[in-house]
Design a protein around this ligand. Structure first.
Ligand code: ADP
Length: 753
């Protein structure tokens, strides 16, 4: 049994508080009872002694008077029979003699003088009782003698009683009391321990449970039975453990989630870092290789005298530059798509024209490698579509380029069929097949990831950025389709993709008119003075040529500083402002220029593709921002837009024809002049003049988008070839044209301002 010795423990306190009062009480009670018992026994002894001494003194008076020793002995022995009586001493005054019977202590002479012999006294373990012996018997005399009788003291008697029995009884009583006290204390002690254990043991268990909880183990469960308060405490601890466990689980799951996210972010970051490194390494290689060739061949070109060699070197430079341009376009496209996805420019287009263009372009490339190219546009496929023809052409070009690049012999095929039609929507399927080297099946899934090629040998042998398929996939997905590759090593590759388009012929006609008008917008730059602020000489030349081609008058500033001083000295309609220039950059120059009242509109030019730069330029005061490389049509349209007020004299009010450098009236006059001449030529049967006039008229109407007149002219031209009697037909058509010009809205109002 484990005894709780820790004086601070609950059990030792319980035992102590239980035992101490009990022990004190027991001792007091024992003491009380023992002393009571003793007093009672002593009183009994005294009574015995008194009785014994009285009896002896009464019974022995005669024997003592008579000096009858025998009788004294006999009487005394009868007294000695009384328990505790040990001895008797007689003293006779008459004989002046002491008679001792039994064991007796001190005689009268030995009794200390200061003891009151009238009361019992104790000496040497004996109690002594004293009594006078008085003779009450009258003396023998005659009856006639009537004398007064007086009792006579004839001696005394001392009875001694031993307190041995008293002490024995007292001892045994003390022993019994002590045993009882001890036993009861032991019992109490045992009970205390039992009781304390019913408290301390569950408490110990609870302490262990709390200790384990503290150490992080929340599973041990406290026993909820037993003493009600402890059961409550156990319930409380279990409840606490439960809530701690739950909050731990919650916290753990939060930590797990956060860790997962962190891990994913870390993996993404590592992947991004790897991709960035790969990208930098590849770009550095891919850009340096053609650039080195361009530089080397330019130098050779510079030193070369032979025309033949020069042509070859120019061809290499051109090829390398094209590779460079493709690479930069790919990277820009990809980075734009990564940032904000592709923005599709949905317009009406004719699929057959697009296919024809691709055919022309790629037949030459395929033939260069002795490959045949077969493009099959299923005749059920609608050709008038709404979609982004530029992006569609980009995807097909990319796939045809790959097919030609990775095929050494055999053929390339592009098949276009309908996969699905619903209402005005049509899903087309484009399948590009080649008989080239093929791709290992395991590599196919990763090829749509950026910068991934089948293996490293591909880059060494064929070059490329590994971005083409990844861009194609993004574009196809943006166009509502999907793309996949099927390939067999050594057998060839089939890449199939789908795209969704809207099929709408009315919209096509509207779009065509819009396109014509956009082209016509180019002539509006006639007479417009433009300051081109650009530090790069090549870009200067390119911009100036482009703008002059559309009739603008250009001057060039090499930096922001020059732009400021030139615009102070001259009047310009528009300023094209490059962002990055020495001395003062485009941003500062723009801020500076717009401060002046009447400053011409500024169009910012930047190669930066981020929106923030564009915003900054606009904030600085630019009216619009164009991105390099410059899109010719877009630039011309932007210039037209910023030129305020609209040059009304160049505006057509005819439907669809929004702008032209020639006023409608002049155009009308010109057509009529041509028709007059044509009538004369028909009359004169001047075949050469007729042909020449028809040709001019056809080109003129085509150029200015008057397709109705152009169609009539074409009709006339064809009949001119077929029939001999063309004059009557000619007059008829001329009348129809005149009629059309009278009724068509395109030729109404319009007089120039
Ligand atoms: P690039 O052509 O610039 O390398 P792409 O993303 O267009 O990048 O192509 C990725 C890789 O897919 C190519 O490097 C080549 O390994 C493989 N590949 C694509 N098209 C074909 C094909 N028609 N035949 C064989 N391999 C191809």
């Amino acid at each position: 049994m484990k005894l709780p010795f820790d004086h601070n423990s609950i059990s030792s306190r319980l035992i102590f508080t239980g035992l101490l009062p009990l022990a004190l009480l027991s001792i007091l009670m024992a003491f009380y009872f023992i002393s009571n018992q003793r007093a009672e026994m002593l009183s009994n002894l005294h009574d015995t002694g008194h009785i014994a001494v009285r009896q002896v003194s009464q019974n022995t008076a005669f024997a003592l008077y008579a000096g009858d020793r025998k009788r004294l002995d006999a009487l005394s022995y009868a007294t000695l029979e009384t328990p505790s009586v040990e001895g008797v001493v007689f003293y006779s005054y008459k004989d002046n003699e002491q008679i001792k019977i039994g064991s007796i202590g001190p005689s009268k002479g030995e009794i200390p003088a200061n003891i009151d012999i009238s009361v019992p006294f104790e000496m040497g373990g004996y109690w002594y009782f004293y009594s006078e012996i008085i003779s009450e018997r009258s003396p023998i005399m005659d009856f006639a003698e009537e004398v007064e009788y007086e009792p006579e003291k004839i001696g005394w008697v001392l009875v001694s009683l031993s307190d041995k029995i008293l002490r024995q009884k007292e001892r045994s009583f003390i022993l019994t009391a002590a045993t009882v006290v001890l036993l009861s204390l032991l019992l109490a002690f045992w009970l205390s321990i039992r009781i304390s254990r019913t408290v301390s043991e569950p408490l110990e268990t609870l302490k262990d449970v709390v200790g384990k909880m503290e150490a992080g183990d929340l599973n041990p469960v406290a026993n909820e039975t037993g003493i009600s308060e402890l059961a409550k405490l156990a319930r409380g601890i279990n409840g606490l453990a439960d809530s701690v466990r739950q909050s731990n689980q919650l916290m753990q799951s939060e930590i797990d989630r956060a860790t997962q996210e962190l891990k994913k972010t870390l993996t993404d970051l590592e992947k991004a870092m790897r991709t960035k490194d790969q990208f930098l390494a590849r770009m550095s290689h891919e850009l340096r290789t053609p650039l080195t060739a361009v530089l080397g061949f330019s130098k050779m070109l510079h030193d070369e005298g032979e025309e033949l060699n020069r042509n070859e070197q120019l061809r290499v430079i051109q090829r390398c530059s094209t590779v460079l341009l493709t690479m930069i376009d790919d990277v820009l496209d990809f980075s734009r798509a990564e940032r904000s996805g592709f923005t599709l420019n949905i317009v009406a287009f004719e699929l057959d024209t697009l296919v024809e263009d691709l055919n022309t372009l790629f037949t030459r490339e395929a033939n260069n490698k002795n490959l045949s190219l077969n493009i099959d546009l299923d005749n059920t496929v609608p050709v008038y579509l709404f979609g982004d023809p530029v992006r569609l052409a980009q995807v097909i070009s990319n796939l045809l380029n790959n097919a030609i690049k990775f095929t050494e012999s055999g053929s390339i095929a592009l098949a276009i069929t309908i996969q699905q039609t619903k209402e005005d929507k049509v899903v087309l399927k484009f399948v590009i097949t080649d008989t080239g080297k093929g791709i290992a099946k395991t590599k196919i899934p990763s090829l749509f990831d950026p910068f991934i090629q089948e293996d490293t040998s591909i880059n060494r042998r064929y070059g490329g950025s590994g971005l083409g398929l990844s861009i194609a996939k993004r574009l196809v997905v943006a166009m509502g389709g999907d793309i996949n590759i099927d390939s067999e090593v050594g057998q060839g590759t089939t890449v199939a993709f789908t795209c969704e388009f809207t099929h709408n012929e009315n919209a096509i006609v509207e779009q065509q008119n819009e396109d014509i008008n956009q082209q016509l917008a180019g002539n509006r730059l006639s007479g417009v003075s433009i300051l081109v602020a650009e530090d790069n000489e090549f870009n200067q030349q390119l911009l100036v040529k482009l703008l002059e081609h559309h009739g603008a008058v250009c001057k060039v500033a090499n930096n922001g500083q020059e732009a400021i001083s030139m615009s102070a000295a001259d009047i310009f309609d528009v300023i094209l402002m490059d962002l990055h220039m020495p001395i003062i950059d485009g941003m500062e120059a723009t801020k500076n220029l717009v401060k002046n009242v009447g400053s011409p509109p500024i169009i910012g030019l930047t190669a930066d593709i981020t929106d923030s730069v564009k915003r900054q330029l606009m904030d600085a005061g630019a009216k619009s921002v164009e991105q390099k490389p410059i899109d010719e049509i877009k630039l011309l349209n932007t210039i037209s837009e910023v030129l305020e007020p609209e040059p009304k004299q160049t505006q057509f009010s005819g439907e669809g024809m929004l702008s032209s450098v020639i006023p409608v009236a002049d155009l009308k006059k010109e057509i009529e002049r041509n028709l007059d001449n044509l009538e004369t030529s028909f009359r004169d049967s001047d075949q050469a003049a007729i042909s020449s006039l028809l040709h001019d008229l056809m080109g003129f109407c085509g150029l200015y988008g008057i397709s109705e007149i152009r169609d009539l002219v074409v009709e006339l031209k064809n009949s001119e070839m077929d029939s001999r009697d063309t004059a009557s037909k000619g007059f008829e058509v001329i009348n129809r044209i005149r009629q059309y010009m009278k009724t068509s809205a395109k030729f109404k109002s319009t007089e120039s301002v």
